[in-house]
Design a binder for this molecule. Structure first.
Ligand SMILES: CC(=O)N[C@H]1[C@@H](OP(=O)(O)OP(=O)(O)OC[C@H]2O[C@@H](n3ccc(=O)[nH]c3=O)[C@H](O)[C@@H]2O)O[C@H](CO)[C@@H](O)[C@@H]1O
Ligand SMILES: C=C(OP(=O)(O)O)C(=O)O
Length: 428
């Protein structure tokens, strides 16, 4: 069995030059699932080579998709027939995004059995909105022993008002309604970039979804989708992680291949803290070399609010900024697994209820362990800023979302290595 080695970072170096942002993991995953709706080949540009992508490819392969890679980031998917309508626990347990195969299977095959999904372990992540939306639109859905069994008994139709803004449940409901003869109205729908990108992809294949980027979506069923070609948006969470890393190391870094309009909540916060941000259409220059940064308060929210997926990294940055900052995650209130690890590096973070109160202090290197993907990214940010060497274990989580991370950090001046995996023995 291959065992991932820890990443080793010697901190205190400034970052410089250009960092090419990878394509978006969280936009690519639902688009790969959405490709199940077409019988024709679909060619996707901008698919990052990440473990989450390989996991979703295992799932769609199980359902009947054949895929071929072309070059590093182009993927052709072809699902002439659905071969299975069941997605077992062994596949779904690895990743949250897998639950939206339910909507795709309902559309294409009229039935689906899907296990309760997995994903990062930072608290309760219910699927009640997926279930309520399906039922409101006429799907017959039962849950037994952690398995959801869904069946389309008539064309999907009607209206559902989401009780909160949810990316995954909005995507699931859209997917279920794309193929058919009914019309579905989704209110209080998510306007997240990953929802908008999935709609753009589906409409490019002939789907009829109106209202992308607004809170009311109208999905009018169509008989079939054609094949096509589509380019996935850049990864705003990876971009955000690097913008924060530049600030934490008081560096000047330019991100290329980025969508500055997707980064506004973070850009505004960093500007408020004293970081200079310059945008072009597809680059962002982050300059934190002027010296003193100011503390700030953050509350995460749905897009276009401050993303929960960069809250841990931002908390790591604020742990280096003199003064008091207060961070509250309004989306995942218990997303706090980074805190205990940052303590090992000298961070002064007090948690009371769901709130982190952070007193900035110099950080030092230490052995630490990532417990989830963005907690891992926060440890990388802290390690880049800290004096001395940090070894970060739990790379399996970081590799879910960051492509060849150590190598790409080295290219912008970091001292970061992740030795090649070794063959583990039975004793490991
Ligand atoms: C693979 C992927 O793209 N994952 C992202 C996606 O997750 P995911 O799509 O799972 O997150 P949601 O947008 O659905 O969750 C938002 C909020 O709604 C709640 N909720 C959601 C569904 C539901 O049925 N009931 C319910 O209560 C959640 O607990 C959370 O508090 O969006 C999250 C919020 O931006 C990100 O942190 C994840 O990285
Ligand atoms: C939390 C994430 O992924 P997931 O929803 O799959 O756990 C993430 O990408 O930050």
């Amino acid at each position: 069995m291959l065992q991932l080695t820890p990443m080793q970072i010697v901190g205190g170096r400034t970052l410089k030059g250009e960092y090419a942002v990878q394509p978006s993991k969280n936009a690519a995953l639902p688009i790969i699932v959405a490709s199940l709706l077409s019988r024709e080949p679909v060619r996707l540009h901008g698919i990052p080579r990440l473990s989450d992508i390989y996991t979703i490819l295992d799932i769609v392969t199980h359902l009947g998709t054949r895929h071929t890679w072309e070059g590093p980031n182009t993927l052709t998917l072809h699902t002439p027939d659905i071969l299975n309508t069941e997605t077992p626990y062994s596949l779904v347990s690895k990743m949250r995004a897998s639950f939206i195969v339910m909507g795709a299977l309902l559309s294409r095959a009229g039935e689906a059995t899907v296990s309760m999904p997995g994903g990062c372990a930072f608290g309760h992540r219910p699927v009640d909105q997926h279930v309520k939306a399906f039922r409101a639109l006429g799907v017959d859905l039962d849950e037994e022993g952690g398995n959801f069994e869904a069946r389309r008994v008539a064309p999907l139709g009607g209206r559902y008002v989401f009780e909160m803004l949810t990316v995954g449940a909005t995507q699931n409901a859209i997917l279920a309604a794309v193929l058919g003869t009914g019309q579905v109205v989704l209110e209080n729908a998510s306007i997240d970039t990953d929802v908008v990108d999935m709609i753009g992809f589906l409409n490019s294949l002939g789907a009829n979804i109106e209202g992308a980027g607004t809170h009311t979506l109208v999905v009018t069923g169509v008989a079939s989708l054609r094949g096509g070609e589509y380019t996935v948006i850049p990864d705003r969470i990876e971009a955000g992680t690097l913008m924060i890393a530049a600030a934490a190391t008081r560096s000047h870094l330019t991100l290329t291949g980025v969508r500055p309009d997707h980064m506004r909540a973070l850009s505004m916060k960093l500007t408020e803290m004293g970081v200079s941000i310059l945008e072009t259409d597809d680059t962002l220059s982050v300059n934190a070399t002027s010296g003193v940064l100011l503390p700030t308060d953050i509350t995460t929210g749905s897009f276009p609010g401050f993303p929960t997926d960069i809250q841990p990294q931002m908390s790591a940055l604020l742990a280096t900024v003199p003064g008091t900052s207060v961070v509250t995650d309004g989306v995942y209130t218990d997303r706090l697994t980074h805190v205990v690890e940052l303590h090992r590096m000298g961070a002064n973070i007090k948690v009371s209820g769901h709130t982190q109160t952070i007193q900035g202090a110099p950080l030092h290197g230490a052995p630490v362990k990532a417990a989830d993907i963005r907690a891992g990214a926060a440890l990388v940010v802290a390690a880049l800023a800290a004096e001395g060497e940090t070894t970060i274990d739990g790379m399996v989580y970081i590799n879910r979302g960051y492509e060849r991370f150590a190598e790409r950090l080295r290219a912008i001046g970091a001292s970061a290595v992740q030795p090649e995996p070794v063959l583990a023995t039975a004793m490991d």
